[in-house]
Design a protein around this ligand. Sequence first.
Ligand SMILES: [Zn+2]
Ligand SMILES: [Zn+2]
Length: 346
Amino acid sequence: MNTMLAARLIKAGLPLSIDEVPVPEPAPDEVLVKVGACGLCGTDLHLAVAGDIPVERTPITLGHEGAGTVAALGRDVRGLREGDRVVLFPAASCGACRFCLQGRESLCDTSKVYGMARDGALAEYVAAPARSTIALPAAVPFDIGAIVTDGVSTPFHALRSRGALRAGETVAVIGCGGLGTHAIMLARLMGAACVVAIDVDAGALARARALGADLTVNPAEEDAAKAVRKRLGGVDLALEFVGTPETVELALRVLGKGGRAVVVGVGTGRPALPPLLAFVGREQAVIGSFGMDRCDIVDLFALIAAGRLDLAQSISARYPLAQADAALRHLASRGVVRVVVVPNEE
Ligand SMILES: [Zn+2]
Ligand SMILES: [Zn+2]
C-alpha cells in the first residue's frame, strides 16, 4: 500500500499530528492531486487551536487552500489529465443544487469543506471531485494559487459580488489581517476613489498604507466613525473582517447615504442596526458575504497572470509539511498576511 504524510487534527488545542496514512484512492468522479502548496487561514486556527468551529470527524487532514498537479484520475473523469496544474475550490460543492447552478457555490446545499468535512490538502496528496478543481495558469505559482482560493477570493467576493463596488466609490476596510490586506489591494485595483484602513494594530495599518490604503484610522486612538465621517463624509462601502458586534456596528457608522456594509467576519454576537429613521432614510444596507464562488478564483487568476495583481508580498512564510504545526503557530502571530505549507517541492 502506498502511504504519504498528512498533517491531521486529532483534537483542538493539541499540536497537529504528522501521520503516515494511505494515499487516498480517487473515486470514479475524483482526481488525486499531488499538493504543491497549501495555505493556512484564520479558520484553521479556529478548528485546530480554539476549537470553536467544529469538524465533522477526527482525525481529519486539515487544509482548504490547496494547489498542485493531477497525479491520477478516477475512471469517469473527463477533461483533466495527469500533470494538469489545478487548485481546489475550498469546498467540494455538489455542482447540481440550485445555488451551484446559479454559480453561487458558496451557498451549495451539500458542500463539504476540505479539512472540516473531508480530508484536506495539508498532505502530500488529496483526493477531490474533478468538478471542484479549477485550472491554475502556468504563470501563477502553486503558493500564490493556493492563497487565492480563499485568502484573496473571499475579499474579492465581498467587494465585487456582494458589495457591488463601482469605480469612483469610497471604501473602508475594518480589520487589516490577511483578508483585509487583500481587500485594500483589490479595492484599489477595482477603481475605488479612496480606501480607508481601520485596525487597532499600528503594524497592520503601516502595511495597509504600503499596499495602497489612502487613509488609516486606529480605533484604539480615536473615534473611528467620527474620523472617517470628518474626512470623507461617510463611505459608500464598508467591509468588515473581524466578526464582533462592535466592528459590525462600526461598519454601519462609517457609511454615508446609500452606503453598504458587507460583513465577512463571523462570530456568535448580535450587532444592532442604527435607529431605523437613519438607516431607512439613508437607504443603507447590511449584507453577509460567505467565502467565494468559482468565478472569483478564475477571474483573480486572470488578473495575476496578466500582471495586474501582484501577491508576492502576501506570503509571509513557507514551511515544509513536517512543520505544519509551527506554520499554524506562526499564522497566529501579528503582522502575518498568509502562511503556506509546501508538501512537495515543484
Ligand atoms: Zn480559509
Ligand atoms: Zn451545490
